[in-house]
Design a binder for this molecule. Structure first.
Ligand code: C2E
Ligand code: MG
Ligand code: MG
Length: 752
């Protein structure tokens, strides 16, 4: 019997301890704790039973008391354990209430009735607990042979086993203890089975929840294990453009990475796998299975899969956000109309270039279309936009790719040369653009001629900071604007130091002695028949190293240094030589108009000079016309009247140039014996706008009343030509018919 009791105690100790360890491993399984303590309570009860049998009444009574308390604890802990296992959450309060209740019943029945009856009540209680347990656990267990059902059965059997003592008395103690030990071991096994089953169920539930979440997630989830993809959710297949899950392999991921990045990605995975790094978060360009580029955001971290270490990769497709951001960035850096980089790109480029130690030299060319405002007003903004687009395309084509072409707004463009290019390259670019603009620009079905003014500044010669570079180019552009036609100017003449001005004057004097000054001839045609009526002689200075210098620039210098007289005489002589040449070659000639500086007109001797030249060259005076500007005539009206009268007497015609830009009065027109008035380009540009037509018509009516011929200057389009003709201009001059030509090219006009 003692062996049976000792075995019972030992079994309870081992089972209780095992269950405690189980509880410690998984504290959520509270039933293991309750049942472990129930084992210890049972252990105490069994041990106390030894005292019950003592001959000493005090020890025996204490033993009975202890057995009673331990049994009550055992019963209440057993109920709690089973309740926890059945899914109820009772809390400690209830356990204690149960314990005190059962203890009270036990003690009362022990002391008032008899130990046997008390044992009977206890056996009945434990059996009742067994029945309830079986009921609760049967309900909750899905499997027919689920471990929890066995827990219920063994608790019931343990209850029934208590009746052994009730029925057999002390003779049944050993049997009850032995059967109890077996049942307890069986119960322990069922409890362990339940614990394992609950853990497996929980793991399955979590796995299921993960799968449900990852199946519907828009984020790609890929699990890598030992160089293989062990899981890839549908979103990851969509992101990589893979149709079947089985084709989602490590090679798919590798081939999506740009070649030069592959080794870096492999290293990163290796570092995470080996524990050198916890994980990584980054955004990168990848390629779908069909080669389409995508921007992905990755989160790599170490995890486990089916109990083994793995790398989990979360992937989100950021392509749309990336594209939007790129489009936005592009928008802030791109001119919407032409697609060229805009002003902010220019500023940041200049800023960066000026700060960089690697920048040796470069140039900035600012380009602006002449009279584009008038173009817009006369042709409408839609066509204006198309012209700007066409110009942008043409510039991009003609300017080498290593230089940057930008649009700064309205009709302003900028060209920044590649680093290392300075004066000569900038001049080359400007020349290329001049050649481009000497041809017409096709827009839709029409052709347009554009003139541009370009200002060039050089880094570091002109300036070393962006603002000053732009200011210098801008000032140079202003100077270019003074010259008609497409022109470019370098920044330095603008900010001519005394030394530079002196150098220019010297060059002009030297140029004169070296015969660098030539006349170009621009035809004036009959507005009705387009036949050649006359030529205008326009001066050019072929300055070595500078190209063709505009008369607008050097005439002013000649005037300043008092050379205009000799230069003007030289031009008159050249024109007469040419007239003679043409007369000899073609047997005919048309009048040639030579421009006269206001300073020449101030010279009282001027008409005599003209007369002398005509005589010397034997040119009949009707072949020579002199063009004086309206403003000079207004400023020196008295002397001009005298001079013009004298010239008229000699038979030389005088034309008033740039009419409409000065302030000539009707009276002046009447008193000046003019032959022709040339309506300034500024008044012709806006044709065929109705109000502009009316102004030209009014001038023509006035001219007709004063018996003056009318020439329209700067006619560039057919529409302007028709409007000028219909308004009453007898002759037309402008790029529409011809640019100023070298004498050889002008010959062709005399053939017709
Ligand atoms: P200007 O006498 O009014 O000459 C007309 C200017 O307009 C010329 O510029 C001519 O090339 C340009 N032009 C002609 N048709 C068109 C056109 O359709 N569109 C545009 N945009 N421009 C056109 P250039 O040859 O540069 O002469 C500029 C000015 O320099 C002349 O204006 C004249 O005032 C002065 N100039 C030219 N040659 C001489 C000269 O021998 N002596 C003097 N004193 N001044 C001269
Ligand atoms: Mg002129
Ligand atoms: Mg003019």
């Amino acid at each position: 019997m003692d062996i049976a009791l000792i075995t019972n105690v030992a079994a309870n100790a081992v089972i209780g301890a095992s269950m405690l360890i189980l509880w410690q491993r998984n504290p959520t399984q509270k039933f293991t704790a309750a049942l472990a303590f129930s084992c210890f309570a049972q252990l105490v009860a069994s041990a106390a039973y030894v005292a019950v049998r003592s001959t000493h009444p005090l020890i025996a009574n204490a033993g009975v008391f202890l057995v009673s308390l331990a049994s009550s604890a055992y019963l209440s802990l057993m109920i709690s354990g089973v309740r926890y296992l059945s899914g109820y959450q009772d809390g400690l309060g209830r356990v204690f209430a149960l314990f005190f209740g059962i203890s009270a019943i036990n003690l009362i029945s022990l002391n008032i009735v008899s130990p046997l009856v008390a044992q009977g009540i206890f056996a009945a209680s434990l059996t009742a607990v067994g029945v309830l347990s079986l009921y609760w656990l049967w309900k909750i267990e899905r499997d027919v042979f689920g471990p929890r059902r066995f827990v219920g059965i063994f608790v019931l059997l343990l209850g029934l086993n208590q009746f052994t003592y009730v029925l057999l008395g002390d003779a049944g103690v050993a049997q009850q203890a032995s059967v109890g030990t077996v049942l307890r071991i069986a119960l322990a096994l069922a409890v362990f089975g339940s614990a394992v089953q609950l853990i497996t169920d929980e793991a399955k539930r979590l796995q299921h929840r993960f799968e449900r979440l990852s199946e519907v997630s828009a984020q790609g989830i890929v699990i890598l294990q030992s160089d293989a993809v062990v899981y890839a959710n549908p979103a990851s297949l969509t992101i990589y453009g893979v149709k079947a899950p089985q084709t989602m392999a490590l090679s798919t991921l590798v081939s999506s990475v740009p070649k030069d990045e592959r080794s870096e990605v492999t290293n990163r995975i290796e570092r995470i796998r080996s524990g050198q790094s916890d994980g990584a978060t980054f955004e990168a360009l990848r390629f779908k299975a069909n080669g389409e580029p995508i921007w992905l955001r990755f989160q790599y971290f170490r995890s486990e899969w089916d109990g083994d270490p793995a790398i989990q990769i979360l992937i989100s497709d950021e392509t749309e956000r990336h594209e939007t951001a790129r489009a936005l960035e592009l928008k802030t850096r791109q001119d919407e109309l032409t697609g060229l980089p805009n002003r902010s790109v220019l500023i940041s480029m200049l800023d960066q270039r000026c700060k960089s130690a690697e920048t040796v030299q470069f140039s900035v060319i600012l380009l602006d279309i002449d009279r584009f405002k008038s173009f817009n007003e006369s042709h409408g903004y839609m066509l204006g936009d198309s012209v700007l687009k066409a110009l942008a395309t043409a510039l991009r084509k003609v300017v080498e790719e290593r230089h940057s072409v930008m649009r700064l707004g309205e009709d302003e463009f900028a060209i920044v040369s590649a680093v290392g290019c300075a004066h000569d390259e900038a001049q080359g670019i400007a020349e290329q653009i001049s050649v481009l603009l000497s041809r017409s620009l096709s827009v839709g079905n029409s052709e347009y001629f554009l003139d541009c003014s370009m200002g060039i500044s050089l880094f570091p010669d002109d300036a070393t900071d962006p603002n000053s570079l732009l200011r210098a180019a801008d000032a140079a552009q202003d100077s270019a604007k003074n010259a008609p036609g497409t022109t470019y100017r370098f920044a330095h003449p603008q900010s001519l130091s005394n030394g530079a001005a002196f150098e220019q004057e010297q060059a002009l004097r030297a140029g004169f002695t070296r015969s660098e000054f030539k006349l170009y001839y621009q035809p004036k045609v009959d507005s009705h028949t387009s036949e050649l009526k006359s030529f205008e002689a326009l001066a050019r200075w072929d300055r070595p190293g500078y190209g063709m210098v505009s008369p607008l620039e050097f005439i002013a210098v000649a005037e300043r240094i008092g050379m205009i007289g000799v230069l003007g005489t030289e031009f008159l002589k050249q024109a007469c030589t040419q007239i003679n040449l043409w007369r000899a070659q073609h047997g005919r000639c048309v009048p040639v108009a030579v421009n006269v500086s206001p300073l020449q007109m101030l010279d009282v001797n001027f008409p005599n000079v003209v007369e002398g030249i005509l005589k010397d060259y034997a040119v009949p005076p009707e072949f020579l016309t002199l063009e004086i500007t309206e403003s000079s005539a207004v400023q020196n009206l008295e002397s001009t009247i005298q001079q013009v009268k004298q010239l008229q007497r000699m038979g030389v015609f005088v034309a008033m140039d740039d009419f409409g830009t000065g302030f000539s009065s009707l009276n002046m027109l009447r008193t000046l014996p003019l032959h022709t008035i040339k309506i300034d380009k500024g008044l012709i540009d806006p044709l065929p706008q109705a109000d502009a037509v009316e102004v030209v018509r009014a001038i023509c009516t006035l001219a007709a009343a004063l018996k003056l011929h009318v020439v329209a200057e700067g006619v560039e389009t057919q529409a302007q030509a028709i409007a000028a003709r219909d308004a009453g201009c007898g002759e037309l001059q402008g790029y529409l018919f011809s640019r100023p030509l070298v004498p050889n090219d002008a010959n062709a006009w005399l053939h017709t």
